[in-house]
Design a protein around this ligand. Sequence first.
Ligand code: SF4
Length: 464
Amino acid sequence: MKNTIKITELCPKVPFEEWNKQYPLVDNEYVWIYPLIRDAYFDHTKLLSNNKLPIINFETSVYIHVPACLFHCPMCFFYHEILSSKDELSWYADSLIKEIELYSNSDFYKNISLKTIYFGGGTATLLSPKAIGKIINTLIAKTNTPNFPEITVEGHPLTVNSDYLKELKEVGVNRVSFGIQSFNDSNLKLLGLKQTSEANIKVLTNCAKVGFDSVAIDLLYRIPNQNLNDLNIQLEKAFDLGVKSISTYSLGLSPRQEKLVKFQPSEEIDKEMFYFINSKMQDKGWTHVAQPDYAAPGFEHQELLVSWKAPQGQNLSLGAGAFSVFNNNVYCNVHSLKEYKRVTDNNCLPIFAGQQMDLEDCISRYPVLGTRCFRISNKPFLDVYGFNLLDKYKTVIEKLINQGLIELDNQDIIITKEGKYYIDNISKSFYSEKNICHLQPWGGTVAGAVAEKYYSPSTKSYIP
Ligand code: SF4
């Protein structure tokens, strides 16, 4: 059945009081994409053509989404389908290559410069290294990419061995990232995660053995019953194992984990943990690249800088359930793996919904996402739009300065130490009128939704 779910469920509109958390309340809505998808019908014919709105930055991060896992982690809110083995996904690389080819013949694609490629999920390590290599080569071939990009593969610790890692390196992958979450077995068990501390240590040791310099991990804090001492142990362990980049997430429990809520450290301790991490990283000489990512010098995750740092570049995301902001369009692909295969087999773009951005979307994207990287430069904005960022957002800026969340350095906006904890409050205060009250997209709610029709750029026709 077609369109059984209304698009309004992807970035639903909610009452202002529900959407707007005012400082000193912390807004925990993770602002990761902007503008928000508001329309059900996407005009595919305009996706790759010239549009009148300015493109500030042609640097591009490509995200390859693999929405499949071998395990289910109870706190996970990402859309993913559970498979029984890697073999079930052996067709996926060919579909991804078909999707890349639908883009790569356009003039717009030939102008982009690939800065980063990120294989994420789900579990991207369900793809074979050979398939990953083929995708990388296809992606780069027709672009204007002078330097070899940062290429990351994100995986689950239980899905790889040292041979796999060695092969990944051979096909050009130069960064790996693992959802370690904790090195404490009690914490892992409490959260219902399949990996053990031993498996986590082993995968990171193997990374070092095969010669990966750039190794990143996800680490959870505010785990039930956790204290600062345990958090310190987790961070030290990561440093000892040679990790160069850590994404730190304050644990959000799912409704299925309701019983654990009362054991979770309070909001006050959450804030203490946040600043504990912050100062520990600083002492270590690491940079807070973007909230929630820290890195050793020289290992700053470029994908976040392209996607979030103002002026933001292009974000081309491929695969089932992927979200893109590309050529001043924001859109998402159909989520179901089966539907994704059907559509790409028919040489059509698997786009499910989205819209062309308007001028206010483009302007506000600059500070909304720029906030995550702590400095929003005025000059590139002024050069492109012909007016001053500080004038455009005068009232918002004055309010944030009075709250101690931002300050000005010449004409640039700087997020203060206090503001770093309120990053989503600050981001949302720059939303344009049309985006206000819309929630960030999380795929699960539209898992079964399909588009009315799909567009084939090669034949310039539609299929149902
Ligand atoms: S491996 Fe990652 S995407 Fe898959 S269920 Fe666990 S947390 Fe979610």
